[in-house]
Ligand binder design. Structure first.
Ligand SMILES: [Zn+2]
Length: 167
């Protein structure tokens, strides 16, 4: 068997679809980092599903990020200052009208900006049902009078441990 054949054999054994999926996944994790989420999963769970692969994320600074789960490389994430701005964009570019428009207006009016974890600084959805099941309520920092909230039980523990180390 020549070296060339060995190469071909080796190439045949690679599952290219899984290699491409890995690359895709890495890019999606980059998108999550760009929008300040610890994982792509967290980004997706914290976003509104608009259909046809489009998502809208209500960031902690009040702006909205509009992105597509497959085409976000070709079509950059678009940011909107307010929900109103996004609604105008949807009417203009997607010719949204009637019931679909009403659904979007309703969804945006009920949406609240995400929160920032006091420990890891990533954004998270504080209304997530899993958080309520865990009973993760905000902890008030008495001295500063500022609300301290953690994205996960892990961050709450890590914050406590690092405070103990410091103190
Ligand atoms: Zn955190």
């Amino acid at each position: 068997m020549s070296t060339g054949d060995e190469w071909e054999d080796a190439l045949d054994q690679i599952d290219w679809s899984s290699v491409l999926n890995d690359v895709d996944h890495e890019l999606l994790e980059n998108l999550a980092m760009e929008l300040r989420f610890c994982t792509y999963e967290a980004l997706k769970q914290s976003s509104m599903i608009l259909g046809e692969g489009y998502y809208l994320t209500h960031l902690s600074d009040g702006t909205l990020a509009f992105w597509h789960e497959e085409r976000y490389v070709q079509e950059d994430v678009t940011f909107f200052e307010t929900g109103q701005h996004f609604i105008h964009h949807a009417i203009e570019h997607f010719h949204l009208e009637g019931e679909n428009l009403e659904v979007l207006v309703q969804m945006i009016s009920e949406s609240r900006p995400l929160k920032v974890c006091s420990h890891c600084q990533f954004q998270f959805n504080s209304d997530e049902p899993a958080r309520q099941e865990l009973g993760m309520e905000s902890i008030i920092d008495e001295e500063g009078g500022k609300v301290i909230e953690y994205c996960s039980p892990q961050c709450a523990i890590d914050a406590m441990v690092s405070e103990m180390k410091q103190g």
